[in-house]
Design a protein around this ligand. Sequence first.
Ligand SMILES: Cc1cc2nc3c(=O)[nH]c(=O)nc-3n(C[C@H](O)[C@H](O)[C@H](O)COP(=O)(O)OP(=O)(O)OC[C@H]3O[C@@H](n4cnc5c(N)ncnc54)[C@H](O)[C@@H]3O)c2cc1C
Length: 403
Amino acid sequence: MTEAHGIVIVGGGICGLATALALHRKGIASLVLEKSEVLRAEGAGIGVQANGWRALEQLGVAGELRKTAGLITSYHDVWLQGDKSTRDRYPVRTELRCLNRKDLIEALAKDLPAGAIRFGCRIAAVHEDPGGHGAAVLTMADGATIKAKVLIGCDGGTNSVVARYLGLPPVRTIPRLVLRGFTSYPHGHPFKNEFLRLRVGDFFIGRLTITDNLVHFFVTMPPPSPDAGLAGADLRDVRDLVLKELEEHQCPAEITEVVRGSDPESLNLVTKFWYRPPWEVALGGFQKGAVTVAGDAMHAMGPFIGQGGSAGLEDAVVLARTLARAAGGAGEGEDGEAAVGGAIGAYIRERRLRLVLLSLESYIMGVLLVRSPSPAVKLACMAVLVLLGSKSLRHANFDCGRL
Ligand SMILES: Cc1cc2nc3c(=O)[nH]c(=O)nc-3n(C[C@H](O)[C@H](O)[C@H](O)COP(=O)(O)OP(=O)(O)OC[C@H]3O[C@@H](n4cnc5c(N)ncnc54)[C@H](O)[C@@H]3O)c2cc1C
């Protein structure tokens, strides 16, 4: 027996849950299929700038989330090169907070109706519904099938089955090691409410305050040799390795002590970044009938400008808005199907330029930070960043509009 549903969302990460919540707020039911057995919130903290907060406001969860994460009021940039060092502090001009990913995921999930998320449900393949009408048939890992009138792939950047169904090329990867985690300070941390960004050689390190008692950090470094045996290693051992490297590079105690004191349970390791290059975001076919993608499945962009998650929240608001218009304007049957197809087309048109600009900015930052470009390429990159308004964080001022 094939189950039949209206809107099916593959993936219960930030974007999938936000899309389900946005649809729910518009009175539209959906079913989220998530392969893990519980809500996943890996990666410790996530920086959310003003554009993300605007989307969270539309989703009705900004107020409660603001209570969990204090305002970050300044950037503190430190660059250490041998004996030389530069320090620069400047104010954050738009809203920036670092959320505990768990708080974000739980806030997005908690208002969904019972049964709206089905856990332990891995989609192995997507096929066109032989009955036509642009819908899709999903085959689960256990062989069962589900028919979806509308299918939204929010199944992440690394191996999205929905992106594959749409014919999108696999995302590209950059080998890079990132260790992330939380450090607790039961008696209050000694830091300002700032985002410390430290560059030491090939290391890029961040420290963001969340509350008076909780700090998020990340350490990004070139990947160690394959025989370093990181795959499946105890994350405490990875932390020791990272600390050893930081000390060898004379990284200041204001960072090493945070990493050393981190909660082992909160540690998370990423060994590569994944991204869809900006030209694929510009030209990608993100729709086949009533099937589309959102979040990293559509526009994975690496962490270089900290916008991947917020861009997924914006997708959710825009997609729910356009689908709600279609649901309000057309009835059942072929008219309804044409309206849904039109709504998805409108969503993609509305999002495309925004996502191309974000992907381009992130891609260029990646070239500058990871690839050691020639002076000419560096100059060209800097010129594009000026045009994109990167220094003034123009990307953070975006407003995806009302739900
Ligand atoms: C080191 C690092 C730091 C970052 N920092 C920031 C930041 O500060 N700010 C920011 O905005 N963004 C940041 N990002 C990006 C952000 O984490 C991602 O853009 C965001 O998590 C993507 O959400 P998503 O829901 O689209 O995908 P995911 O979070 O990947 O969720 C996809 C979900 O789909 C499920 N799934 C996958 N395949 C299937 C299947 N076949 N069947 C069923 N379920 C499936 C997965 O289990 C998962 O739950 C960072 C990324 C990295 C790597």
